[in-house]
Design a protein around this ligand. Structure first.
Ligand SMILES: Cc1ncc(C[n+]2csc(CCOP(=O)(O)OP(=O)(O)O)c2C)c(N)n1
Ligand SMILES: [Mg+2]
Length: 544
């Protein structure tokens, strides 16, 4: 696709936002301008994805017969939070050779995308959490369309593509020319509380993996609460300190446009300095309440009687209710052109974290409410959403006509993302006997070291398929001989400064041809890397 997809119409942002569909708490219905531009088509695709993902969960909980009466579940608010990010990613940025790990609770968004591509049929859309049906969390083995990465345990899916990238590079440099592609993680912001995330980000080898792109859905909400701090600065600094590029997508075009007006500085300062819980609270306000709360009361943090409070009041008094409500929730993670501009800045020479500000439940009645994690819309709200989306609540599954702009983007994307058929390599013949008789007592570690050395002598072809991994215990687990023989794998070759030192027994020769991988004392990283190396047989197709 070309840049035309991020071109705006001739209208100013504000005019445009006044006329296009404004998602608020189902209290406003604005017709959106269908000017047949690609941008409008992307908006339309987003709206359909929001509708379908909400419907998948709605059907499982409120329509499908439920003999046990037990809760089925699913997370409409978590899906709504990331639907725009996934629309921008899939329908503009993603390539066939890329791989994506999707935040667990966004499974239905991904099912909706697969449905639009025609990879799922209407009946499958009614099977969320049924035995053999669509999985609530993306699965490589249990979903009808296999996910690139299985996710579910919060925090673990975020790091999997790092180890997937290492495993793919290993295969590419050592065994089979499979190229590379970006490795995306779509990460919930509360996943960053998980220690394993920082264990992986800080691994010294990771800063060399330019194919890593994390897109963080910064909705400031976890399961139970609004995260108290404005933590984005800390998150940005932590990624930067680890050698990552950081791109922050904070505001959408409507807010940016307001910031440029008289009183705009005061509005920006007010939004930037209010606490996360206060911001979430004002997302739940009517336009009238906003007109009082935004400038703030005298003596409060946002002092409405101060000069800036008055400027802010004057600015928002010029806005009609719908625009004011749209503006306060106009965060960059829901503004597709802003996201596309951010994606265009990704520098593939180092890992990237795109921090996208979003609203949990965007476009749903529970939008921004601290307790919306498991909230399900009721039948009336579903009907209202159907009306807003131009959809039929009785027949919710529908795709785009191929002759519409959205249908054409769908077809182009399906073609772009098609992956070639992949035949796994034939397994090598394993030797039955390494011709060693074990005598006496010895440790299993010593036996492992000997087996690896014997293997490299008796069956070099088999040994070429062996990769060892250690969290800083190679020498103490008797891998020294093996490491000396096969070398240490590294994305970048490094000089061995002790190669000429007579006292050095363990030779640390790093190159992309090495077969031993060394990590720091970080056992979750170890398990993640082992898992991805073990999955290369099915992942590492010639398409990358
Ligand atoms: C290891 C682990 N701990 C706890 C949970 C329970 N849990 C599920 S979702 C969630 C919060 C997720 O918040 P976030 O990642 O920000 O996603 P959001 O729904 O806000 O997009 C928690 C704690 C889990 N699934 N896995
Ligand atoms: Mg969150």
């Amino acid at each position: 696709m070309s840049n035309r997809h991020i071109e705006h119409s001739d209208q100013t942002c504000l005019d445009r936002c006044e006329t296009v569909r404004i998602w608020t708490d189902l209290r406003f219905k604005e017709e959106y301008v269908s000017d047949h531009s690609a941008l409008d088509a992307l908006d339309e695709i987003h709206d359909r994805i929001l509708w379908l993902s909400t419907s998948i969960i709605h059907h499982a909980n409120r329509v499908r017969p439920n003999r046990s009466g037990l809760k089925v579940g699913g997370h409409q608010a978590s899906c709504a939070s990331i639907a725009s990010i996934m629309t921008a990613l899939w329908f503009h940025e993603l390539r066939a050779e890329d791989r994506v790990s999707i935040k667990p609770h966004a499974g239905p968004v991904w099912h909706a995308i697969n449905y639009l591509f025609g990879e799922l049929d209407d009946e499958q859309m009614t099977t969320l959490r049924e035995f053999g049906g669509l999985q609530s969390y993306p699965s490589r083995t249990k979903d009808p369309v296999p996910a690139d990465y299985s996710t579910g345990s919060v925090g673990i899916g975020a790091t999997a593509p790092i180890w997937g990238a290492v495993a793919r590079r290993y295969v590419d440099s050592s065994l089979r020319d499979i190229g590379t592609g970006r490795q995306y993680s779509l990460v919930g912001d509360a996943e960053l509380d998980e220690g394993a995330v920082w264990e992986a980000v800080n691994d010294p080898g990771v800063k060399h993996l330019g194919e890593i792109v994390w897109i963080i859905d910064l909705n400031r909400q976890s399961l139970d609460r609004v995260v108290p701090d404005i933590a984005a600065g800390r998150i940005e600094a932590t990624f930067e300190a680890a050698g990552w590029q950081v791109i922050t997508v904070k505001f959408g075009r409507l807010l940016e446009d307001l910031f440029a007006r008289e009183g705009g500085d005061a509005l920006r300062r007010r939004i930037l300095t209010m606490s996360n819980p206060e911001y979430q609270r004002i997302l739940r306000c009517s336009a009238d309440e906003l007109r009082t709360r935004l400038p703030g009361e005298a003596g409060s943090e946002g002092d409405g009687d101060s000069e800036s409070g008055q400027a802010l009041r004057a600015l928002i008094s010029d806005l009609d209710d719908a625009t004011l409500l749209a503006a306060i929730r106009n965060l960059g993670g829901h503004d597709i052109p802003t996201l596309l501009e951010a994606f265009a800045q990704i520098d593939d020479s180092c890992p990237t974290a795109v921090i996208a500000y979003t609203i949990k439940g965007f476009g749903l009645p529970s939008s921004g409410h601290p307790q919306n994690h498991s909230a399900l819309i009721d039948a009336d709200e579903y009907s209202a959403l159907a009306e807003l989306s131009g959809q039929d609540p009785q027949a919710p599954w529908s795709r785009f006509d191929p002759d519409t702009p959205a249908g054409r983007i769908l077809a182009e994307t399906a073609q772009r993302l098609a992956r070639p058929e992949f035949a796994p390599a034939a397994p090598v013949e394993l030797p039955r006997d390494l011709e060693r008789t074990h005598k006496g007592t010895s440790s299993s570690q010593a036996a492992l070291g000997r087996v690896l050395m014997d293997l490299s002598r008796q069956s070099p072809e088999t040994a070429r398929r062996v990769v060892t991994v250690s969290p800083d215990v190679s020498s103490t687990t008797n891998l020294g001989g093996w490491v000396n023989k096969v070398g240490v794998w590294s994305a970048d070759a490094a000089q061995n400064w002790f190669a000429d030192d007579a006292e050095t027994i363990l030779q640390w020769n790093e190159s992309a041809q090495g077969q031993h991988m060394e990590l720091g004392i970080a056992e979750t990283n170890l398990v993640g890397l082992l898992g991805e190396l073990g999955a290369t047989w099915s992942r590492c197709s010639p398409s990358g």
